[in-house]
Design a protein around this ligand. Structure first.
Ligand SMILES: [Cu+2]
Length: 44
């Protein structure tokens, strides 16, 4: 678990050098809590 830097893996065109991001890996329990919270927002 943690935060990991990611980058585009294909030379896709202008702006490719800026195609970076961060992926967050959480525990399954935390993920399920996230899904439940998001689902609760939809039923309001
Ligand atoms: Cu790219």
């Amino acid at each position: 678990m943690g935060h990991f830097d990611i980058a585009c893996s294909q030379l896709c065109g202008l702006g490719h050098f800026r195609m970076k991001g961060v992926i967050t890996v959480e525990s399954e329990a935390d993920y399920r809590r996230f899904l439940a919270a998001e689902a609760a927002l939809l039923v309001r």
